[in-house]
Design a binder for this molecule. Structure first.
Ligand code: 6OG
Length: 160
């Protein structure tokens, strides 16, 4: 039976406060040179996806979100990758600590009207608006290489 590719569980967390969103320039690794939220892989030690989202934000931005909520799920398929990415997206408006640059990320606040989509992953422009409007969303993306989006199926998820 066809089982599909193995998958990797990832997190992504954005702080949205008043009219600003906290993004961070990735300084190394996957997505280097792009602005993104904080996030990474869930550890295999029994860590929950929520715990991973908080831990990654502490490690990459030096802050602890205090009201993080799950808001979106996106499955990403790359023809050039061995694993499918299952990205779990969280949003917070409050945090403890002071935002600091780390070895991995250079954080910066942006006015929500001036989000630098041209320096972000190509798909972000399709779902960040849901996040800003507190709408839960879910979807599937298919890429050719890392930059060419060939299929985007994203929608708001409601309880009805
Ligand atoms: P590490 O390999 O650094 O985790 N990620 C994406 N984020 C956005 N906004 N758009 C994408 O579309 C993404 N693909 C992956 C998930 C990688 C981090 O990169 C995120 C993780 O937070 C293509 O541990």
């Amino acid at each position: 039976m066809f089982q599909g590719k193995p998958s990797k569980i990832l997190t992504l967390l954005f702080i949205h406060q008043n009219n600003q969103i906290l993004l961070a320039m990735k300084k190394r690794g996957f997505g280097m040179g792009k602005y993104n939220g904080f996030g990474g892989k869930v550890e295999k030690n029994g860590e929950s996806i929520y715990q991973a989202a908080i831990r990654e934000t502490q490690e990459e931005g030096c802050i602890t979100p205090t009201d993080a909520q799950f808001i979106g799920y996106i499955k990403m398929d790359y023809d050039c990758e061995k694993e499918t990415l299952k990205v779990h997206i969280f949003k917070a408006t409050q945090f403890d600590g002071e935002v600091k640059e780390t070895e991995e990320m250079k954080p910066q606040w942006f006015d929500v009207a001036k989000i630098p989509y041209n320096q972000m992953w190509i798909d972000d422009q399709y779902w960040i608006p849901y996040l800003l409007e507190n709408k839960c969303f879910s979807g599937y993306l298919q890429f050719e290489g890392h930059e060419k989006l060939i299929l985007a199926d994203l929608k708001e998820v409601t309880n009805q």
